[in-house]
Write a protein that binds this ligand. Structure first.
Ligand SMILES: [Zn+2]
Length: 448
């Protein structure tokens, strides 16, 4: 029996009540939930030692293991007491052996089956075993405890609401998402591929919809590249915010990830091999392969348009993803655009973020309209096609401008009303410094 033990986290300074909620792996007679590498090594793992007192060293050691196992798979025989219903295993784990026999004590038999885990670079093999009731619809199977029936119903409904967006962008989900109830009501949720562990106590369908769109995206698009697999699932969440509200809601959702990316880039800068080791195609930094990758897909969407990116994502084939440039070439084929510079700055290297400032604004009146000449400088090492927003007394207008790394570019914008301010970047490009982005137009800027 593995009792609930929080000393692993309290040793590194996590407050005890918080530790209890995120470190909930346990084995007992009535409820067992055990996550694999990075949490509890319940299967053999050959990895160098890493100290938990150095969070980065653990993440890096786990990251190196995952990269090594990118094509790996694992076969595990699970035996569980028939009193318990074994429900959740992990993404792309499948029961390949069937039930191959009963063992255990007389009167308390076990049922055993062989399971296969693949996708070890993007999933954490885990198992949960408890007495559950199960409900399912076309998209998810939810295993819940009887007192959490309404939470389970809310999640099942949320999955139905989330499915059309996922299908539209990533194709039809290829398997059902599995949702499993956690014993502790305050336990923090955990995802591993298409498996979601959650206490199922929420009545908030909207927050479940955000979780479900992420989960179903994993079910529709499988990649062993973490930046594609997780980037797409987070990108889908931003798309959903836009669909439920508007573009600003999506930008706010992505903005809630920005500070973590900026901090991640600051930490990465201390590494001499950062440009290569922290590239999206290689990194084991979660903020990068999740949050930064989400922004990268959003920027690509703004550049090539929905239709081209949807075609590229829906046609993604793991079997053809044998070269880091596979996704680039697929989007280029669909959009007829050269994206080499963009992938060089954001995907194949870690060059930090963009940092725009308005260099100058000149305004000239012509036939009752104002013609603005806006010059933008990018002080960062990553270029982007960035929105330029002109605010007027009534309304605003948005143009786009490609500003490469360490460069300046100029755009001419005609507006009917008198302009008040010009802002570079509406929040869709991750920047290290957002404090220098707005230029207020003074009367002396206007030449007559
Ligand atoms: Zn995910």
């Amino acid at each position: 029996m593995v009792p609930l033990d929080t000393t692993r986290l309290t040793a590194i300074g996590v407050p005890e009540d918080k530790a209890k909620h995120s470190d909930w792996d346990q084995i007992s007679r009535s409820f067992s939930a055990v996550r694999g590498i990075g949490y509890v090594a319940w299967y053999p793992v050959a990895s160098e030692a890493a100290s938990l007192s150095n969070a980065n060293s653990v993440a890096e050691a786990v990251g190196r293991w995952r990269h090594r196992e990118i094509d790996g798979e694992m076969l595990v025989d699970f035996c569980s007491s028939v009193e318990q219903t074994q429900v959740a295993l992990a993404q792309v784990s499948e029961n390949i052996g069937g039930e191959f026999g009963e063992e255990g004590m007389p009167g308390n038999p076990w049922i055993c089956a062989t399971h296969r885990f693949v996708g070890l670079s993007v999933i954490v093999p885990l198992f949960v075993s408890a007495k559950y009731q199960v409900m399912e619809n076309s998209y998810v199977t939810v295993a819940y405890r009887p007192d959490h029936r309404s939470g389970a119903e809310n999640y099942a409904l949320a999955a139905e609401l989330a499915a059309p967006l996922v299908t539209e962008w990533f194709g039809t989900p290829r398997r059902k998402g599995e949702v499993t109830d956690l014993a502790e009501p305050d336990a923090s949720a955990f995802e591993s591929g298409t498996v979601l562990l959650d206490p199922l106590t929420s009545s908030d369908t909207r927050s479940y919809q955000l979780a479900a769109v992420h989960q179903l995206t994993h079910a529709a698009l499988f990649s062993s590249q973490p930046w594609i697999y997780e980037g797409a699932a987070h990108f889908a969440q931003a798309l959903e915010q836009e669909q439920l509200s508007n573009r600003q809601a999506a930008l706010d959702f992505m903005g809630s990830h920005r500070a973590a990316i900026v901090d991640g880039e600051k930490a990465a800068r201390t590494r001499p091999d950062r440009e290569v080791a922290e590239a999206l195609t290689k990194t084991s930094t979660e903020e990068f392969y999740r949050s930064k990758a989400m922004y990268v897909l959003w920027m690509l969407r703004d550049m090539v348009g929905d239709a081209a990116l949807k075609r590229a994502l829906a046609s993604y084939q793991l079997s053809q993803d044998r070269d880091p440039s596979y996704v680039q070439h697929s989007i280029e084929t669909q959009s007829k655009r050269d994206l080499q510079w963009f992938f060089d700055d954001w995907v194949y290297h870690d060059r930090g973020l963009a940092d725009f400032r308005i260099d100058s604004v000149a305004s000239r009146s012509a036939d009752g309209a104002s013609v603005l000449t806006v010059s933008v400088e990018n002080l960062g090492d990553a270029g982007a096609e960035v929105p330029i927003v002109v605010k007027m007394a009534r309304g605003e207008t948005t143009s786009k401008l490609e500003v490469r790394a360490r460069s300046k570019a100029t755009v001419r914008i005609t507006v009917a009303d008198s302009p008040l301010s010009v802002t570079v970047n509406d929040g869709s490009v991750p920047e290290s410094d957002l404090s220098n982005n707005t230029y207020k137009i003074q009367s002396q800027d206007t030449a007559r």
